[in-house]
Design a protein around this ligand. Structure first.
Ligand code: ADP
Ligand code: MG
Length: 260
């Protein structure tokens, strides 16, 4: 099992879109994929048509009962090989509770150790805050994927995220490779191209040498859960995500070879 955390402390950068597109791409390659929605805003959960009320079972249960099993929380998506665990709005209260409940930092890693063996890949759709949920995801991850919009303000978010990753890596004493995915890129604008170049200069080969373009076909996450009919052209955005997946799988292969 490989665990990827899709994370950025900034909202609206394409985390949920990336989780769905990569998860789908892996599932299409025949990998058994579990998506876990860690964001109290629950947009991934909503994309699969699960309403917020009444509160569904999901990620919060793994924190409420430290021995809860993953299996009963997993839902089918209607897409072959792709399952998910829902987020609840009440996940937002976790950060407050964590101060009085020590030991919650490994809740997700422990849950995967108990019930993750049914999956080849687990992808965490992280919330845009550096709190207990993000720390849990990074503690359990084999790789963090950082979607970053190619606009100047996003560079601050990226730098902050890289510092967080370094901090987690030091405390867990196991490498946490980071891969930066430039997103929502508009190659017709000078700002977009300048920002992309700056990202690549500052963060080197952590950054994909391509970018996910702005594509109206994926301007709603709901588009990413619709079945693709045979022969349908997926559009520029999804084609780019397919290339991004190849790059990430290549990064994983290198990482595993180095570890061997
Ligand atoms: P986050 O999870 O980081 O908040 P989302 O994945 O929800 O970000 O993306 C924010 C918004 O931008 C959503 O409405 C999404 O559909 C849209 N979006 C994301 N990526 C693209 C893209 N490449 N082209 C067009 N719209 C996109
Ligand atoms: Mg999101």
């Amino acid at each position: 099992m490989r665990v990827w955390a899709i994370a950025n402390q900034k909202g609206g950068v394409g985390k949920t879109t990336t989780t769905l597109a990569l998860g789908r791409g892996l599932a299409m390659r025949g990998q058994r994929v579990l998506l876990m929605d860690l964001d109290p805003h629950s947009s991934l959960t909503r994309a699969f048509g699960l309403p917020a009320e009444p509160a569904p079972s999901g990620v919060l249960d793994l924190f409420d009962q430290p021995t809860a099993e993953l299996g009963p929380l997993v839902r089918e998506t209607g897409i072959d090989n792709l399952s998910f665990v829902a987020a609840q709005t009440a996940l937002a209260t976790l950060e407050r509770r964590s101060a009085t409940q020590p030991g919650l930092g490994m809740a997700l890693a422990n849950a995967l150790a108990r019930g993750g063996q049914d999956y080849d890949y687990v992808l965490f759709d992280c919330p845009p805050t550096l709190g207990l949920l993000m720390v849990n995801a990074l503690a359990a991850a084999d790789r963090v994927i950082i979607p970053t919009q190619t606009e100047p303000l996003a560079l601050h978010g990226l730098n902050g995220m890289c510092r967080t990753v370094d901090m987690i890596e030091r405390s867990r004493r196991r490498p946490l490779p980071a891969s930066v995915l430039p997103t929502l890129h508009d190659k017709r604008t000078r700002t977009g191209n300048d920002t992309l170049r700056q990202m690549q200069e500052t963060h080197g080969d952590r950054v994909w040498d391509d970018a996910i373009p702005n594509d109206t076909r994926i301007c709603s996450v709901d588009e990413l859960v619709k079945p693709l009919s045979a022969g349908q052209y997926p559009g520029r955005g999804l084609s780019a995500y397919r290339r991004a997946l190849e790059w990430l799988l290549g990064c994983d292969r290198v990482q595993m070879e180095q570890a061997a």
